[in-house]
Design a binder for this molecule. Sequence first.
Ligand SMILES: C[S@@+](CC[C@H](N)C(=O)[O-])C[C@H]1O[C@@H](n2cnc3c(N)ncnc32)[C@H](O)[C@@H]1O
Length: 317
Amino acid sequence: MGEGSTDTPQGVGHGGGRAVSHVPVLLKEAIDFLNVRRGGTYIDATVGLGGHSYEIARRLGAAGHLIGLDKDPEALKKAGLRLSAPGSRQSSEEDWPQVTLLHRSFAEVAKGQPPATIDVLLADIGVSSLQLDDAARGFSFQAEGPLDMRMDPHAERTAEQVVNHLDERQLADVIYEFGEERRSRRIARAICRSRPIRTTAQLADVISAAARPMNQAERRIHPATRTFQALRIFVNRELDDLQAMLRAAPQILKPGGRIVVISFHSLEDRIVKDVFREGSTQGLYGVLTKKPVTASQEESDRNPRARSAKLRAAERI
Ligand SMILES: C[S@@+](CC[C@H](N)C(=O)[O-])C[C@H]1O[C@@H](n2cnc3c(N)ncnc32)[C@H](O)[C@@H]1O
């Protein structure tokens, strides 16, 4: 995190950034900005466990169409059940929209989508509780698991490959750039000396031994938090995908259509802010959130993951 930044590195273990439940973050605020209209065509670019999607679907009605994307086939399976299971619906069978779920990165959100056909695009980016809580996926340093961290299990690059094959300098750059970790060089040196590293717990131990907390503020988070965040972002090309989605969105949004993005750390929020600002100068967007919308105290108390969430929204002109 940059100096003065208040958000918490997300998606790596217990504590501030952990996704503790399947409760969608900033749900009420998102629904307000989504302005769901019956019969509309909506894209949930990060369908996850279907929490936001479900709330969209029940407002769309039978003439509506919900398109859900996720990189993670496991998430799509779970979301599919949630978005179609009889009895989970508050609307009647006849009033349920068409639901299309696609195993796809949101970087390809415009693929096959005719121009100006989407009413709203929602993206609630980052890692899901499903991914975080499964030790076998290798996202968490709190549980021993293989160093994987891929949201899409078919993707080529795993965290193990990154940790064991990048040279020391490249590794330090990744940890610095995507984890905003000031002790990146020391950590990279320790990792290279301890190779091969095969598990999350082994990596967490190496980092903890190399990077003792420097001050009181550092003591509040586990020493491995920023490095795990950095590896996850790098492995999944998260910032590149976000840029690609934001660049593609204006082509597919209808005039008056909206884009709503919920992000969880300053690197992502900065990208969203800059692309919206640029879009506004180019006459593509009217920005609906001068400042990011954040969670209420009540939501943050209930769901610690919400503490670092920031929602930004813009309207296609
Ligand atoms: C925070 S969860 C979304 C939770 C969802 N809003 C809900 O209410 O259940 C983020 C999801 O986005 C997916 N994801 C992250 N990056 C992605 C990308 N580039 N393309 C598609 N899906 C992505 C993850 O696999 C994860 O399932």
